[in-house]
Design a protein around this ligand. Structure first.
Ligand code: GLU
Length: 523
């Protein structure tokens, strides 16, 4: 069977068995929005095919381990509503799901590879490796890799006699196990998004598979665990594409290509200006978050802002990520999770990177604020009010205010800026916006208005509007010229929903008090 036949067979076999996908983060820091999108595409694919979504913690690189990062990843997934079927937290038949707890499993596979002639022991010290690179540099070599060009000059079991290797092993000399990449070969590969790809082995180095501390590297662990956990489809970021040839060879040598999952390498999320991958630095530079949630970095004691905390709804965050590099072929932009599960297909994911546009991201949030019932996010908005010193005692009133102002809100804190005056008189009044057109006639009008309203028993927005307009007509004043002053009296500034609705909501007493206060400032 040629390679191509093997691949198409793998595809069919995979689809007839239960779909199992995985997100395999290394707990090294904040969860980038690209990472959440990888989770999302895995999740959607699993749910669409009634499969399982697994989260496996890839923590074999102890030098990059960051306390709190694992718990943080699970918090982010929870906020996004992307619940794993199996994980460190959720358990499952393939536990443990943390690679550091599976350490003992990997060594036998590395040794099997050595026995079969696909890998070798390498005893090179750090100084020897540095020397090798220096030598390559002085020779003007374009690559400083440990590969077929240099390995026969190094301290490894390919160059040493078998008994020399055995002596070193018996003496407990530290070693790593490296894959032996054969030069001048082509590795064909079918990616579900990119189609057929071919890798030239001359560009691939002899990657370390097992480290001196006995831990596997990512390359060995990812293949062994995808096999043991019966993963059928592996979707990951495009940045992992260069590692694919090593993984394919490991699959071929260890388990057989017919068992290999279907791969899809997802396009990068690009910075808004330029072509590179969107980084945390770009977010800092351009003033928007790139992490899902606030990341309290224990290394430098800094909090990096997250989408959640600046006031995004999870529904909007999921929606905006889904359409970064995917669409269903129609003009539809707003998708709920249920619709995404129904409509998502990995083949429709674009090959090219998707530019991140923060203004567009905010547009999604605005849309979701309108689309969802305010009860869905009222608790979060209430907390924002409370942090700003306004305690909510009347929930019904609070929800009513939220309804009144939600059309003006893009991020959740906007509810506070757009709505605080419903709860307390504005701290400052923009008198300068009233003064230029203020005169005695207008002053008289408002004095009379106060009297009329004090006597009135009706306080619906329409009653307020009618009495206001009737009095204006009686005084031969234009309503339009009186509404701006009234708004500033009640709100403090020139914004907010309908002014009569504001008056109705805050009540007759507060309305009159605010008018009286502003009139005193105009004296
Ligand atoms: N541990 C890798 C990461 O940190 C996972 C890559 C993969 O999915 O194969 O992203």
């Amino acid at each position: 069977m040629d390679n191509i036949t093997i691949f198409s067979c793998a595809y069919l076999c995979c689809m007839s068995q239960k779909v199992r996908v995985r997100f395999a983060p290394s707990p090294t820091g904040g969860l980038h929005l690209g990472g959440v999108r990888t989770v999302l595409f895995n999740y959607l694919f699993a749910k669409k095919h009634n499969g399982d979504f697994i989260v496996r913690i890839e923590d074999t690189d102890q030098s990059r381990f960051v306390t709190g990062a694992e718990a943080y990843i699970f918090d982010c997934l929870k906020w996004c509503g992307l619940t794993p079927d199996e994980s460190v937290l959720h358990g499952g038949d393939f536990a443990p799901y943390r690679q550091s707890e599976r350490k003992e499993l990997y060594k036998q596979y590395a040794e099997q590879l050595v026995k079969d002639g696909h890998a070798y022991y390498a005893f090179d010290t750090v100084a020897e490796l540095d020397n090798m690179r220096e030598l390559l540099k002085t020779k003007g070599s374009s690559s400083l890799q440990y590969d077929h060009n240099v390995r026969m000059n190094m301290n490894n079991s390919l160059r040493l006699l078998p008994q020399e290797t055995q002596q070193l092993l018996d003496a407990g000399t530290p070693y790593v196990i490296r894959i032996g990449i054969r030069p001048n070969e082509f590795i064909p590969f079918t990616d579900m998004i990119r189609g057929d790809i071919e890798f030239d082995t001359n560009n691939v180095d002899d990657k370390v598979l097992l480290k001196a501390d006995g831990m596997p590297t990512y390359h060995l662990a990812v293949v062994v665990d995808d096999f043991l956990m019966k993963i059928t489809h592996a979707f990951r970021g495009e940045e992992w594409l260069p590692s694919a040839p090593v993984h394919i060879l490991l699959w071929k040598y260890l388990f057989g290509l017919d068992k290999m999952p279907q791969w899809a390498h997802l396009p990068l999320i690009l910075k808004p200006d330029g072509n590179g991958k969107l980084s945390k630095r770009d977010g800092d530079r351009l003033g928007f978050p790139v992490y899902a949630m606030d990341w309290p970095d224990p290394v430098n004691n800094e909090i990096t802002k997250g989408f959640k905390e600046i006031g995004f709804l999870p529904e909007a965050f999921i929606n905006l990520l889904a359409v970064l590099g995917w669409n269903d072929g129609t003009a539809q932009e707003i998708f709920s999770m249920e619709e995404l599960i129904e409509k998502f297909s990995i083949e429709k994911v674009h090959k090219g990177g998707a530019k991140f546009d923060f203004e567009k991201a905010k547009w999604f949030n605005h849309e979701w604020i309108q689309k969802l019932d305010v009860n869905n996010y009222a608790a979060r908005v209430k907390a924002i009010f409370e942090t700003n010193g306004i305690t909510i005692n009347n929930n019904a009133y609070f929800l009513k205010v939220m309804e009144l102002v939600k059309g003006r809100c893009t991020l959740l804190p906007d509810f506070f800026t757009q709505g605080s005056f419903f709860f307390e008189a504005p701290a400052t009044i923009d008198i300068d916006a009233i003064k230029p057109k203020w005169d005695d006639k207008k002053n008289m009008f408002f004095m009379e208005l106060i009297k009329a309203w004090q006597l009135s028993t009706l306080w619906e927005a329409t009653d307020i509007e009618t009495s206001f307009k009737e009095l204006a007509a009686a005084n031969t004043l234009k309503t339009g010229e009186l509404m701006l002053p009234l708004r500033i009296m009640l709100v403090g500034e020139k914004f907010g929903p309908g002014v009569f609705e504001i008056a109705a909501a805050i009540g007759k007493e507060a309305t009159i008090t605010r008018i009286v206060h502003t009139l005193s400032l105009l004296q």
